[in-house]
Every structure is written in C-alpha cells, then in structure tokens.
Design a protein around this ligand. Sequence first.
Ligand SMILES: NC(=O)c1ccc[n+]([C@@H]2O[C@H](COP(=O)([O-])OP(=O)(O)OC[C@H]3O[C@@H](n4cnc5c(N)ncnc54)[C@H](O)[C@@H]3O)[C@@H](O)[C@H]2O)c1
Length: 259
Amino acid sequence: MKIALVGYGKMGHMIETAAKSLGHEVVVTVDVAAKDASALVSAGDYAAVAEAVKKSGAEGVIEFSHPSAVIGNLNALIPLGIPVVVGTTGWAKNEAEISSLLEKTNGVAMRSSNFSIGVNTFYKIVEEAAKLLSEYSEYDVAVWEAHHNQKADSPSGTALEIARRVMKGNSSKTEMVFDAFHERPKANELHVSSTRIGSVPGTHTVFFDSPADSIELTHRARSREGFARGSVVALEKLVAKLASGELSRGKLYGMEDLF
Ligand SMILES: NC(=O)c1ccc[n+]([C@@H]2O[C@H](COP(=O)([O-])OP(=O)(O)OC[C@H]3O[C@@H](n4cnc5c(N)ncnc54)[C@H](O)[C@@H]3O)[C@@H](O)[C@H]2O)c1
C-alpha cells in the first residue's frame, strides 16, 4: 500500500521502518520541522499538509504529530476520503466534532491512544479485575502512569482508557481526578496520576488496595516499535475491512473494531 506519514518525529520514523518491513511504500513524509521530511510545510498550514498527501497518491495516511496540530490536520485530511489512522493523543474532547466531519464528508478514520496488542489486552484484564474486586468495598483502586519527559500531554491517552475501563468494571467510581488532592478523596473519585521522567516509553499501573493486601497490575512498554507496527497493521485492517464491506465509511473506528 502507498502510505503517507503526517508527523515525521520519533514515531513517524519508526512507522516508516515498520511500514517498509511489512512491504508497504511510504510515498510522502509531512512535517513542520523535521528537516528530513519529504514535504516540509509551515506550522498551521493544514491545507498544505492535505495537498502534500493528495499529490503523493497515498492510499492510506498515518498521523502521529502533536496534540496542538492533530485537529487541524484531521479537518484537512478527512475530506480527501483516504483512510486515516490517528496515533496522536490528547484530543478526546474533539471526538464528536471529528465524528460529525467523517459523517458529513463520508471519510473514514480510526484512532487509538495505544496501538500495542499487549495494552489492548491489558484494558480487558483491568476491566475484569475492577469488576471482580468491586464486590468487596474494602478494595480501593487508583491508576498511575509514567512517560518520558518529551511527552506533551498528561495523563496519557492510555491511562484515560484504563481509567474508563476501571469505571466500567466498578460503578462506585464515577469521577476521575488528575490533580494532587488537597483534601481526602471522596469514595467516588478515581485518582489518575502521571509522572514525567527520562526516556520511559510508557508504564501503566492499576493499584487495588485493601487493609489486608494489595494487587498491582502493570503494563510496561519495552520500546515504541510495538506502537509503530501496530499502527501500520491497523491501517492494513481498516482498508481490508472497508473493501470487504465489514466496515463502512463515514465513521471513526477504534482498535476493538479492527482486532
Ligand atoms: N497511539 C500510540 O500508540 C502512540 C504511541 C506513541 C506516541 N503517541 C503519540 O504520538 C504523537 C507523536 O509522538 P512522537 O513521539 O513521534 O513525537 P515527536 O515530537 O517526536 O514528533 C512529532 C512530530 O510532529 C511534527 N508536527 C507538529 N505539528 C505538525 C503538523 N501540523 N503537521 C505535520 N507534522 C507536525 C513535529 O514537528 C514532530 O516532528 C504524540 O501525541 C504521542 O503522544 C501515540
């Protein structure tokens, strides 16, 4: 497949390697700052991003840029009608806007805050654990994550999804709190805390704690290659499922629709 990469930073470079190793051709790399990108555009010029992708003849787009640019990029890319895989995090609040653009333009996109197979399995384990322990009121629960000090958003998109799964499994937790507490947490509050340090590719822990014991479930990413490969496989699956009629255009999909 001919693939366009929008955002040619750390992830963009890894995705290029993964795409090539899976037999695809990277026809354009678009960035606002990376000197080695094949199309260098001005920051904020989203029309130029879309133009570069259109000109390349790409059959699929993978977008890993910056939380401040992703919505501009998507508004420009989706009307092209080419399937878009979005890895950039930090735009959950704009999902309804992007879904309605997809419907209006008959475009198609999928997004995941984490393309690792391990993490997507971890979501299910966490939801089940939260459900099992929710029957015992002595168990409290919290979510913690650590990432490298270049990450622009916090908490991570993955931590937010983990927190959503905890709340799905344990209905007594109804509100996420991201800041430090300056008073005792209320029983319905789920603490989701973040640490930014060094080069950590991504660690997520769910703590269950009772007066008698504690259970800690941890997913630790070893490198970012798994995310890169996962995003290419997601694009392959999206295109294949559209061709087979299993998925239809006009929608925003997630990992659960593809894997
Ligand atoms: N979903 C996942 O599995 C996953 C995994 C890792 C990282 N991420 C996310 O992917 C994003 C990128 O991560 P990274 O480590 O590659 O960051 P990075 O800073 O190394 O690279 C981002 C690149 O995007 C470029 N950019 C900024 N605005 C742009 C625009 N409008 N058009 C094109 N390019 C633009 C920057 O110049 C930079 O080169 C972040 O949001 C990160 O949280 C997601």
